[in-house]
Ligand binder design. Sequence first.
Ligand SMILES: [Zn+2]
Ligand SMILES: [Zn+2]
Length: 345
Amino acid sequence: MKALVFQGPGKAVWTERPRPRIQAPTDAIVRITKTTLCATDLRILKGELPGVVPGRVLGHEGVGQVEELGAGVTGLRPGDKVLISCITSCGTCGFCRKGLCSHCRDGGFVLGHAIDGTQAQYVRVPHAETSLHRLPVQADEEAMVMLSELLPTGFECGVLQGRVKAGDTVAILGAGPLGLAALLTAQFSSPAEIVVVDADEKRLDVAQRLGATHIVDGEGDTAQRVLDITSGAGVDAVIETGGLAGGFDVCQSIVAPGGRVANVSSHGTATALRLERFWASSLTLTNQPVQAVSTPTLLKMVQSGHLEPAKLVTHHFELADAKRAYETAAAAGGEGVLKVILSNE
Ligand SMILES: [Zn+2]
Ligand SMILES: [Zn+2]
């Protein structure tokens, strides 16, 4: 088979690799039909995640068809259309049973990281029963691949951790794919107002089309402009998705007493926490990587038409053209690029 293989910082090649084989009775081999890439893949390609060694097949998101199953997998059949979760979970360890699947003792974020990933014609998925989701035959594969990681992250780490509820005023910092995923899923809870902040005008236009009631560009005193929208009161929940210089400081300045700051982005550097303000204003700060426990809920929302993640897809490539897809995604700022789809046809 062919796969996109990491070969050290800045280097990846589309090359021949042995087709993966069943290694444990709980494994599945999935033939990839659609995959995508995210900011983490871009960081891996730059060599910023030391756990990814040269020779690793990249990618942790995808939709495909079950090709082969280990003897212990009873809930899936060859030929099933499946969504591959970015989080591999055994379903039985203490962390999985607490819903903390990213900390699974025999899984977590392993695809395209500790084991070979999804930017390939075939992938081996461990713990198939609890790491794959069977899809209806007629499912829109491009929409579904947004549920491997992007939508669960925006929903779980942003909306649920931020406890967004009916009537709230919500601010979302960043209108990249993650901010827009939070924007789409925040609307499940019917907040009264959603303010989206980003420096990229094209992305703000998309945010407005997808339900933002107010947009704030990167000009001037961003925090003050958000406060002005709330007549100085501040917002009930702020979801920080990165991409804005000094974003966390803005979060701390715009949150109302009793409010929540849901930090979604993985800040690469130390950031000052104004703990005195958190105490004095009864604020809550939440942090977590995605656990991908909301995927079944999101699948239902897509199937019912209440969630349309295909709106985040802007570019299409053949899987064999994966390197060009990386270049396109890396140049995203100002180019109108949100999510790219890679097809293995
Ligand atoms: Zn990712
Ligand atoms: Zn586990």
